[in-house]
Design a protein around this ligand. Sequence first.
Ligand code: COA
Length: 196
Amino acid sequence: MATHLIELSPVDMQRRLGDALSIYVDAMRYPRGTEEQRASMWLEHTRRHGWKAVAAVQTGDGASPEADLAAAPMLGIAYGYCGAPDQWWQQQVVAGLRRSGADTERIATLMSSYFELTELHIVPSAQGRGLGEALIRRLLGDRGEAHVLLSTPEITGEGNRAWRLYRRLGFTDVIRGYHFAGDPRAFAILGRSLPL
Ligand SMILES: CC(C)(COP(=O)(O)OP(=O)(O)OC[C@H]1O[C@@H](n2cnc3c(N)ncnc32)[C@H](O)[C@@H]1OP(=O)(O)O)[C@@H](O)C(=O)NCCC(=O)NCCS
């Protein structure tokens, strides 16, 4: 078996949306059915400025022509886009920054040019092999924004693979213990400068 990273176009994402959402639900251990709630949002994201998606796919031994990669089983998915003031996530982050006492200049600097790393998920059976890091590096390798920002659930002692990965890649705290509107869970907003 060989693993390849491929970039997905919006059309590819639409075609493989079921696979990508299934990885998301398994990786996050969300209940089945969450896929349907997320589908229209993920498709809407493909139309945002600067949207980019990368998938890890697996092929059998031997030759793997491009045509096969487009249909090869997916092991992981990562995507994001350029942050903008009309996006709910940016509005939430700005509110959180204000509440945490960040000054106007810091907020303007962060918000003026960033890539939002929106989703990053590896199917549980393929986790712990470096695929998440490979996806993030491919996704962020050629960005023109000044920063990357992401949110991840808070967990005691930063004790999971997502946290270890982000710290290893140099992500630092932007806001901690943040509650997005309508979600009881606490999140951390992390960021770092680009290029990675
Ligand atoms: C978070 C997540 C994307 C990280 O991806 P991953 O592929 O599992 O992890 P990484 O790329 O960071 O790889 C780290 C592990 O691979 C190992 N590794 C790294 N490079 C490797 C390589 N070239 N060959 C083999 N193993 C390697 C590391 O030793 C490490 O193992 P350890 O965690 O047991 O110490 C993934 O675990 C996941 O989907 N988790 C659930 C969903 C989630 O939390 N998503 C993020 C929400 S914000």
